[in-house]
Write a protein that binds this ligand. Structure first.
Ligand code: SAH
Ligand code: F3S
Length: 439
């Protein structure tokens, strides 16, 4: 038996890919996943390149692994994910002890690549884009949690001017609808209760049905809601330009779909949105939220923001803050603009000092934190349905779970509650987490 150690950076898509790698290799019965690097025979790094310093971070990490390989030359090192796709062979040049380079779309070839290296083949690289091929290998996933991610599509066609994803993950491609439903049914049979549908733009989903028809995202959610055992559905990420009325309708008739939506807006200035090639205006965004609130008055919205995009003036930034207050965004992600190779924005003049960017990020995050706290406070004394996920890391006498609006709640309960939905009364509030008691 050989041991594999996987280190994952980046988004949920990468996490999903890593779990696919783990399942694939363990299926071979020759390999076992380990969390101890000392025990490992194969080291796998799944990388992310969304913001800068990705390459530097990669070579730092590889430098550490080189020392392990110096002590034990039999160890196999494989690098995959977005940086691997972007940098390709250059990685071999800078780190000649790396054995395998695989891409975001070729991870299913890893077992074969590893056995070739075990049989003394020279190093191997495959960062090609075979369409959706990797998904052919995931139809029987192994449950690891009671809430699971399921990828429904790959890649992105939007080409926002700042973003590297279309170059590292390829074109938008939807998995067939029956594949996704089969995977989710399988997870449900293993006890999974909550599903998070993943993709760069899940609302652009158009997958084939068994009859050869096209299933849209709204239909897919309704079909997932029909699967026995699945009682909560989330998705991430959706794009405002394809947030069509049929999706809003689903919020009306599908209570299993959570009242919490992550809909990245990036900026509150129409000038900046245009430069970002986001293809919507602030007014379009507000209209979507208005329509959503008509069918789900209590829905909470979170977002991604970029500050310091080339050309962002004080006024533009102030418009972002105004939008944050207007929508009353809950916990969100925010980043300083980072120039990415090959992207159109890389050619724009970056005219804002780092100090100014940091100041804007600080102001923005402060505002979001206040709002997040206010949202949490509103929950004090309320009854919340939570999916119990396990024993709390911080206090092993407690369990933890998540509310519909993604707050972690800890409470005293018995281990047989793990994997069940239970009702708790919220009796203590922190900004990002809560405490509750059984009722
Ligand atoms: N598909 C998603 C975004 C995926 S990337 C969408 O439609 O928005 C996740 C987030 O990273 C983005 O929403 C953006 O806020 C941030 N991001 C992407 N590229 C970036 C860059 N070059 N600099 C800073 N932040 C970036
Ligand atoms: Fe990136 Fe825009 Fe697509 S942020 S992932 S190019 S929607």
């Amino acid at each position: 038996m050989k041991y594999i150690y996987i280190k994952t950076w980046g988004c949920q898509m990468n996490e999903y890919d890593s779990s696919m790698i783990a399942n694939l290799l363990q299926k071979e019965k020759k390999y076992l996943l380990t969390s101890s690097i000392e025990q490992a025979d194969i080291l796998i790094l799944n990388t992310c390149s969304i913001r800068e310093k990705a390459q530097e971070k990669l070579f730092h990490q590889l430098g550490r692994w080189k020392k392990i390989k110096d002590d034990n030359p039999k160890i196999i090192i494989a690098v995959g994910g977005c940086v691997a796709t972007q940098e390709g062979k250059k990685i071999f040049k800078r780190a000649n002890y790396v054995d395998i380079i695989f891409g975001t779309q070729t991870l299913h070839k890893l077992p074969n690549m590893i056995s070739k290296i075990e049989n003394n083949t020279n190093r191997i690289i495959d960062i090609s884009f075979p369409k959706l091929e990797k998904f052919k290998y995931v139809s029987k996933p192994i449950k690891t949690k009671y809430t699971e991610n399921v990828s429904i599509m790959e890649g992105c066609n939007k080409h926002c001017s700042f973003c590297i994803v279309p170059y590292t993950r390829g074109h938008e491609l939807s998995r067939p609808c029956y594949d996704i439903l089969y995977e989710i049914s399988n997870l449900a049979k293993q006890g999974v209760r909550e599903i998070n549908l993943l993709g760069q733009n899940v609302n652009a989903y158009k997958g084939l049905t068994v009859n050869g028809k096209i299933c849209r995202f709204s239909e897919l959610i309704r079909l997932v809601a029909k699967i026995n055992g699945i009682d909560r559905i989330r998705f991430i990420t959706s794009h405002p330009i394809e947030f069509t009325d049929d999706i809003i309708e689903v919020y009306k008739d599908t209570p299993k779909l959570v009242s919490f939506l992550h809909l990245p807006v990036q900026s509150g200035s129409n000038k900046i949105l245009k430069l970002m090639k986001r293809l919507y205006t602030v007014e379009d965004y507000k209209l979507i939220i208005k329509k959503l609130k008509l069918v789900r008055p209590n829905i909470q919205i979170s977002s991604d923001f970029i500050v310091g995009f080339p050309g962002e003036s004080d006024q533009d930034f102030q418009q972002t803050i105004d939008l944050i207050e207007d929508i009353n965004f809950d916990m969100s992600f925010s980043f300083i603009y980072s120039r990415r190779p090959k992207t159109p924005a890389a050619k724009m003049k970056d005219n804002i000092s780092l100090q100014e960017k940091q100041k804007r990020l600080y102001i923005l995050q402060n505002r979001i934190n206040i709002q997040t706290m206010l949202w949490s406070r509103k929950m004090f004394g309320s009854t919340q349905s939570i999916l119990v996920e396990g024993i709390s890391n911080k206090n092993t006498t407690e369990l933890f779970g998540r509310t519909e609006n993604n707050r972690i709640v800890t409470f005293k309960g018995s281990p047989n509650m793990i994997g069940q939905f239970i009702n708790l009364k919220i009796n203590k509030i922190h900004t990002y987490s809560l405490k509750g008691e059984l009722i």
